[in-house]
Design a protein around this ligand. Sequence first.
Ligand code: ZN
Length: 191
Amino acid sequence: MAILKVAQIGHPILRQKARPVTRDELHTHAFQSFIDSMIETMHDANGAGLAANQVHEAVQVCVMEVSDNPRYPYKPKIPLTILVNPVLTPLSETKFENYEGCLSVPDLRGVVRRHVELRVQAWDRHGNPIDAEVRGITAGTYQHECDHLAGALFIDRVEDPRTLCTWKEFARQHEARFREHVKEIVEHYGS
Ligand code: ZN
């Protein structure tokens, strides 16, 4: 295991479409160790999630976990989740506004519209099938991470650039209102 270097916006790896992982490579010691390093890197950076492109490997793997996260104190908890070759399908056209940030986009946040209900199909780290529904703020995190695997960043989806702000100004100007918004979504969708 190791803490990996996180690619920053401008590095071409973040714009590369990640390739699917084969079952054979998933089962190798090297690949399992890479997944462990991704988890360690996410924890070290206090990220809510991390996609393989962000650590310079364009393969379809992302990891997510939210417990008591100092970067996102209002986010509902997500147990440690590893998705291999994920496919997301929206379950409705309903979207919500999410104030997002990214370890690869330093000191910037912006409002992105995300589907509020999704079906996720993927493998877990051992190749077992995952077929689940995710809702609410958590669905936003899933979409953010899967966008990385398609070579997209949250800023590509910011419809109103006037919502862009530093983390300091987010805390000063927007956080209180956004926390209320998050509370309503969590009350409605349970996550
Ligand atoms: Zn990100």
